[in-house]
Design a protein around this ligand. Sequence first.
Ligand code: ZN
Length: 460
Amino acid sequence: MNKKLLYLFLFILAGCNESKKKSPAVFFSGEIVNPTSKHVVLYKGDVVIDSSSLDENNMFAFKLDSIEDGLYHFNHSPELQYVYLEKGDSLLIRLNTADFDESLVFSGSGEEINNFMVEMYLACESEEKLINEYYSLVPKDFIRKIDSLQQMKIDLLDNLKVESALSVKESEIAEANIVYYYATFKEMYPFKHRKYSEKKAIPKLSKDFYAYRKNLTYGKKDFTYLRPYYEYMTYHFGNLAYMSCSSNCNIKDKMVKNHLHFNKHKLKLIDSLVEETELKDNLFRNVALGYLLKVRDTEENNQIFIRVFRALSGNNRHIEEINDTYEGIRNIQPNKKIPNVQVINLIGEKMSLQQIAENKKVVFYFWSSTYKKHFNDISKRVVQLSKQKPEYTFVGISVQANDNEWKNLVETAGLDSTNQYKTENFDTLNKALIIYPMNKCIITDNALIVDAFANMYYSF
Ligand SMILES: [Zn+2]
């Protein structure tokens, strides 16, 4: 037998052997130092695949018999992190919640791509300040700087490819993780440049500036939940909508102030360019929630928007959440009665919000023991405001229901315990009161809403 053929033969044999040996099952386990919850939950996109309780040694374990190769993420509340899994992988992690991303280490088969992704995340995080300085550069220099940062990461990936046998899918994910991350800055450049160079107008950019776009795709299912890919898409459509509204659309008010037009236009652009259903649904959701929650447009405009949204994306995978948000906002407009949700006081009695708010001026604010800094800050603010604004009763609602911790925190923060409540059902409360952002508060007068989107720090 000639030598070349022999090698080929051996190679094929070795290949067969390996595929036989490699069981399709995936093992993913690990230790959580300083756990902040009792579980680890594994997701593929927004679907829960499995969950595992921590044992007495704070270890969790998943054995997954047949899963699709690709990007997953695991949640150890409140933190979230990627994990890339392929059939036959046996991965072990160790992480300390006191230093979540910095402490995360993967070992076992599949470790290379996963450690690389963490390493990239940390490297990119450390560049943020530098990139902010680049925004004032002229377009050509800006692109050169960003491309050189990108090339450094691509070189690292090329080294990794030489050292370890990454699969095609692993290489694609690792590369997309880098390329879309840096492309996002280019999408943001015109707006950031205006801000950092203190210019009045958005700079006119040549077609060359956006040349990188032709190598990027709207239709790669494997990238849907890759954070840099998704973020790129949100900024990209922001950029496209802005540019096209400002040059082509004949609108009454100044474009940037006409949120209804701008957001409808964005929906239409996404609809015409994105074919991959899940990405499209997620981008639609992003526009809808951004518009409904952040713009706080008139009731009339919200209604126009939701009609357009339903016509374009009535079967969106997030339609229930979007409808709930729309309805929730509609129900807490000024002069409407505060929704009659039940909460529980410190001695275990159920009360409705309308009962609590009757015959006085109330400010409802929200907190969770998961976010200690937020709780400390808001408690101080309540103590201060109670003195400055004695005409209001400040009513705290804990949205997270660990009884002992709740009582202890209320006591140590020096809050008036007769004005403290908790919910046993966050979803119901959130649907009714739209608790976003965390610092929002609801001002009522004799149970009628004055402002359901006030802010504990700006509204008084
Ligand atoms: Zn437009």
